[in-house]
Design a binder for this molecule. Structure first.
Ligand code: ASP
Length: 307
């Protein structure tokens, strides 16, 4: 394992719907994904940690208005933005998470600060914002997150009781969360996930993204997982940890475990979405049961070179 590295990222499941995607739009998404992957890979190439690589890749996507995280976060019913994120270092199973933050430019950077500089795992709302200020995490005026496209998405459904996952035409099948998983040259695994949640959400709704074990999980020697999809189902299925448990106790391979959770656990419950998943050999699996999922990955040396 030493010397190998691998990284995979996603920009949400359900994002590629043939009806809504023009080729220009698809190119724009692919360009940001490729640049985000490259920013994570650069960290790994320098011999730096998997956790820094996943943070860099997710941060890059948070700064793009195309994805439902950071800058492009969807609107709540009240016309605000409430963002959730989490990060986990497989080395020592350290983790940091935040929910309901409204003015933190990069919620993933705040999750990292919670992991590195607090005795806690999960901070929410105003307390998380106060912690951000104390730790020099950049904040912005909430209007930074208000993009035209997201406003239109809210306006279409604001007066209904429908909440909407990001991007697809089916109101209940829109996801646009971002995430990354990586293996570094020292054999460490890490995962990170960030989202604006779902359009028109109310009552401080929080999905799976900031919940360790559902939206994000990493454990050295086993796997690292980042989820995207209908958060309520990923929460109820404890989805990310379920993959790890199937590998640890059930001795399934990464791909067998990841596919089992999506197709045999989440789908029969009525949920949809996908994972990006990586194991300690750098093998990658990216199953989804939505129409599409924006993802890309790199593994060095390549699987062909190892044969
Ligand atoms: N899982 C996210 C949530 O439910 C949404 C997504 O993946 O787009 O908040």
């Amino acid at each position: 394992m030493k010397g190998k590295y691998a990284i995979a990222i996603h920009g949400g499941a359900g994002t590629i719907t043939r009806k809504s995607m023009t080729s220009e739009k698809e190119t724009a998404y692919r360009e940001v994904l490729a640049a985000a992957l490259a920013s994570g890979e650069a960290v790994l190439q320098q011999g730096d940690s998997a956790v820094s690589a996943v943070e860099a890749a997710v941060r890059y996507m948070e700064d793009s208005e195309l994805f439902n995280a950071g800058r492009g976060a969807v609107f709540t019913h009240e016309g605000t933005h409430e963002m959730d994120a989490s990060i986990m270092d497989g080395k020592g199973r350290r983790a940091g998470a935040v929910a309901g933050v409204e003015s933190v430019k990069n919620p993933i950077a705040l999750s990292r600060a919670v992991m590195d500089h607090s005795d806690h795992v999960f901070l929410i709302g105003k307390g998380a914002e106060d912690f951000a200020a104390l730790n020099g995490i950049e904040s912005v005026h909430p209007s930074y997150f208000s993009t035209k496209f997201r406003k239109e998405q809210l306006m279409k459904i604001r007066d209904s009781h429908v909440t909407q996952l990001d991007h697809s035409d089916d109101s209940l099948k829109k996801h646009g969360t971002v995430g990354a998983v990586a293996l570094d040259t020292n054999g460490n695994l890490a995962a990170a996930t960030s989202t604006g949640g779902i359009t028109n959400k109310r009552y401080a709704r929080v999905g799976d993204t900031p919940v360790i074990g559902s939206g994000t999980y990493a454990e050295n020697g086993v796997c690292a997982i980042s989820s995207t999809g209908w958060g309520e189902y990923f929460l109820r299925a404890v989805a990310a940890y379920d993959v790890a448990a199937l590998m640890k106790y059930g001795k399934l391979s990464l791909d067998e475990a990841a596919r089992k959770v999506i197709f045999e656990h989440i789908a029969p419950m009525g949920g949809d979405g996908g994972f990006i998943a990586i194991d300690s050999e750098g093998r990658i699996s990216m199953p989804f049961n939505t129409e599409g999922m924006f993802e890309c990955s790199i593994r060095l040396p390549s699987p062909e070179a190892e044969r």
